[in-house]
Design a protein around this ligand. Structure first.
Ligand SMILES: Nc1ncnc2c1ncn2[C@@H]1O[C@H](COP(=O)(O)OP(=O)(O)OP(=O)(O)O)[C@@H](O)[C@H]1O
Length: 336
């Protein structure tokens, strides 16, 4: 029997602006992550990916606020826990989060081992300094990271090594889920590959059980995650297997995201390269109907008027008024 490690239902979270307006950056998100599965979340900048990650961690600090819906981590509703319970029982132990640019946030005056000692002081106070050191060396060696790094200061490490170190530190307590927000952006291709290999090693060696990988580059997820969800203007617009999402997208936005790739991944040569015309709607004033209609080449009156329900077809979900036959016919005609 498969268990769900993460269950999110009807989640709405918002930023409160200085003018007291509510900007719903996560606007009715539902999804499930099964134990042992990896999930990619893709979408253009500003669609709500990072806000979703913060929300899943229960990191509600103004201006970000919880609106409604539930988040269950291994069956526990995190919204029913106190901030203290979240910090000591969930964060790092059940679910670990690597925010964007985390590698640049390491205190430059501390050696890497100190970050691990601090985590252990909080979660495994019974361990001696020597035991923590041995454990850290063992973990680094298992992950093909030089234990010498443990004695280094952050600024002595290259960008790629710093990022791998941050990931190794964040997963030291063997959390069930790792949420990594743009872990490979700002790295050269070789370092990107090393970071992805590290995350695969963490899964293979069962230091983590599931992974959520956030990126604005949809094709990057092809070799990394089992499933992919695409977000647009605070909503999930499509979810399917990585294969389906990359090679057989249903939602016109997913289709356009695939067409807008800058550096084609291996096996994806031949894709048309084009920017997606227009910009996403301002989340302060989302339009009626489909949020993508303004930029969609197939949009019709119904799209601008009626709210769009999620359709489920053979285990895939997509948020569009049109059926799969109609969409595929349009796409085929466009190619011919
Ligand atoms: N402090 C804030 N106050 C008001 N609105 C905010 C704030 N932070 C973010 N937002 C809005 O929330 C939306 C989602 O932002 P978020 O950072 O989650 O997007 P993202 O998809 O992660 O983008 P990126 O890939 O650039 O990080 C954006 O449209 C942004 O304008």
């Amino acid at each position: 029997m498969t268990t769900n490690i993460l269950e999110v239902s009807g989640l709405k979270t918002y930023y409160k602006t200085r003018l007291k307006e509510k900007v719903f950056a996560v606007d009715g998100v539902d999804f499930v992550l099964e134990d042992g599965k990896t999930l990619g979340i893709a979408g253009e900048s500003g669609c709500g990916k990072s806000t979703l990650a913060l929300s899943l961690m229960g990191f509600y600090f103004p201006p970000l606020h919880y609106g409604s819906g539930s988040i269950q981590i291994h069956g526990r509703d995190i919204m029913k826990l106190s901030k203290e319970q979240l910090r000591t029982q969930i964060s790092g132990r059940e679910i670990a989060y690597i925010p964007q640019a985390a590698m640049n946030a390491l205190n430059p005056t501390l050696r890497i081992i100190r970050f691990i000692e601090d985590i252990m002081k909080e979660h495994r106070p019974e361990l001696t300094k020597k035991q923590v050191w041995d454990m850290a060396v063992d973990r680094f060696e298992t992950l093909n990271l030089s234990p010498k790094v443990l004695r280094s200061y952050p600024n002595e490490l290259s960008g790629g090594m710093k990022q791998r170190t941050v990931i190794a530190i964040s997963t030291i307590l063997n959390p069930k889920v790792l949420i990594a927000d743009e872990p490979t952006s700002a790295l050269d291709v070789t370092s990107q590959k090393a970071v992805i290999k590290l995350m695969k090693d963490l899964l293979d060696k069962q230091f983590i059980r599931s992974l959520v990988f956030i990126t604005h580059e949809l094709p990057l997820l092809y070799h990394v995650t089992d499933d992919i969800m695409v977000m647009y203007a605070g909503e999930i617009v499509e979810r399917g297997t990585a294969e389906q999402m990359i090679f057989d997208p249903l939602h016109p936005y997913t289709k356009k995201l695939m067409g807008s790739i800058i550096v084609p991944e291996e096996g994806m040569k031949g894709h048309k390269l084009a920017a997606i015309p227009g910009t996403p709607p301002n989340l302060k004033h989302v339009p009626a109907g489909c949020r993508f209609a303004e930029r969609c080449s197939y949009a019709q009156d119904i799209c601008r008027q009626n709210n769009v329900a999620v359709q489920e077809v053979e285990g895939r979900q997509y948020r569009c008024h049109f059926d799969t036959g109609t969409l595929k016919e349009w796409y085929a005609n466009e190619q011919s």
